[in-house]
Design a protein around this ligand. Structure first.
Ligand code: TXA
Ligand code: MG
Length: 346
């Protein structure tokens, strides 16, 4: 997929541009840099910085700087009840932010750190409540993407970071997507390549008892169970607000309507093909205005959010998405598709 230069992004997204820069009280100068040390210096002086990881781009602040943490919530327009994930460069940093590494957590760390896995652990008192939305637990993740590791190492402190998008929008998988949402609202974007996985990390609650999978990601339930067999998927119910508040909020949505297609379907039946788009693994009859046939489920997951954004840039009204088998990353992909298609949040 071709990315547009910033000028044309602004040109094709007038509403977004006005909302974030022209009419915004922020209107700060966002520095673009490819240099991790320069970006880390901004974190050290209390700023907020978007940076690439192997999953999606994050928007980071020093975990111990309450003012900087609150700037993340403002810039993203994130609900205050949605906790942030702490990103670390070294497993030894866990001791600074969590009080206990349970047996299950230790086994997951040995198997999957660094990588696309967030472990929820009991929080240390010195972590400000704003970082975890008042919860007494903290999500901890050690990214494996080399530029993220260099940046986090240079920061010299754990960095809390949600995905670097305006809340509710698809997570950004390119620095240009971050720029579209947050230019003028944040201090810096550390420019890297488009992200390798394209969906957010697997989140597992390891605060005690059997581990609970809270959010599906690149590391599947089967892979987790191979390490800790008693791990189970957390079925949403009355307790979900306490377990993982973020799951209750609207997520991953393009402006267009998202429609999930059964796997076996042979053709599209869009009311207006000129404003419809399609993404999937096989080519269908009834060619829409924009079509992306992916060679694998991994590639489908990697490009989904950027495809959603490209549809919005082109004013597409309906996005048809083919279902995939819920194995491996397919389970996380179907989770994101269902959330994007869910109109109950609107
Ligand atoms: O891949 C990722 O995880 C990316 C990159 C930047 O690391 N980050 C990300 O952050 O997706 P965010 O804030 O968009 O999603 C964090 C999710 C939310 O669903 C949140 O509720 C959950 O993790 N979470 C964070 N801390 C938690 C905690 N203490 N207890 C339960 N859930 C938590
Ligand atoms: Mg997010």
């Amino acid at each position: 997929m071709k990315l547009q230069a910033p000028a044309s992004v602004i040109g094709t997204c007038p509403v977004l541009y006005e909302a974030t820069v022209v009419n915004s009280p922020f209107a700060m100068k966002t520095l673009l840099t490819a240099e991790p040390n320069e970006a880390a210096n901004i974190i050290k002086s209390g700023g907020i910085v978007a940076f690439p990881t192997e999953t999606v781009y994050g928007l980071g602040a020093n975990i111990f700087d309450e003012d900087a943490v609150s700037k993340i919530f403002e810039a993203k327009m994130r609900p205050a009840d949605n906790p942030l994930i702490a990103h670390i460069a070294d497993v030894r940093a866990i001791g600074e932010i969590a009080t206990e590494v349970t047996d299950a957590a230790a086994r997951f760390i040995a198997a999957f750190f660094p990588g696309p896995l967030t472990l929820v652990l009991p929080k240390a008192d010195r972590v400000p409540p704003a970082a975890t939305a008042g919860l007494d637990s903290i999500g901890v993740r050690m990214p494996r993407f080399p530029l993220a590791q260099r940046f986090l190492k240079a920061c010299g402190t754990p960095v809390v970071a949600p995905s670097a998008n305006i809340s509710g929008r698809p997570s950004p998988t390119t620095w240009l997507a971050v720029f579209e949402d947050l230019d003028g609202r944040i201090d810096c974007i550390l420019q890297g390549e488009s992200t390798e996985i394209g969906l957010e990390s697997t989140v597992v609650d390891c605060t005690g008892g059997a581990p609970l999978l809270l959010r599906k990601g690149a590391i599947s339930l089967i892979e987790l169970q191979a390490v800790v067999p008693e791990t189970s998927f957390f079925q949403s119910g009355g307790g979900e607000a306490i377990r993982s508040p973020g799951l209750l909020h609207k997520h991953y949505s393009p402006r267009a309507r998202v429609i999930i297609l059964d796997k076996g379907i042979a053709g599209l039946n869009a009311a207006d093909p000129s404003s419809a788009a399609y993404i999937g693994l096989t080519r269908l009859k009834g060619v829409p205005a924009l079509e992306l046939v992916c060679p694998s489920t991994i590639e489908y997951a990697r490009t989904l959010f950027e495809f959603f954004r490209e549809c919005d840039r082109r004013g597409i009204a309906e996005i048809y998405c083919q279902s995939v088998d819920e194995t491996g990353i397919g389970a996380a992909l179907m989770d994101r598709l269902r959330r994007a298609a869910d109109r109950s949040f609107n």
